[in-house]
Design a protein around this ligand. Sequence first.
Ligand SMILES: [Zn+2]
Ligand SMILES: [Zn+2]
Length: 98
Amino acid sequence: MADQQLTCRDCGQVFTFTDGEQEFYASKNLSAPQRCKACRANRKNDRNGGGGMREMHDAVCAQCGAQCQVPFKPRPVEEGGKPVLCKACFMAKRDMAA
Ligand SMILES: [Zn+2]
Ligand SMILES: [Zn+2]
């Protein structure tokens, strides 16, 4: 087998699909990669929460009682958790502090 030149579908750059990689992919029954190494690494980071969708948790605003969602798992205040504020209350509080 010889090295193949493939075009990344994300950034459009030509990258080398080496002989060794082709064997590896074939042994795993995988089809040829669609993206260059850099873009594959980026996508992996995204899946680990680096700028991608974050898991949201339901919470109740400690100030106005509105249902809201926060990017962390809220803990009861009695257990040392911070009171959860909805976006509106959070902004109002921040404006007051400024
Ligand atoms: Zn790329
Ligand atoms: Zn609120």
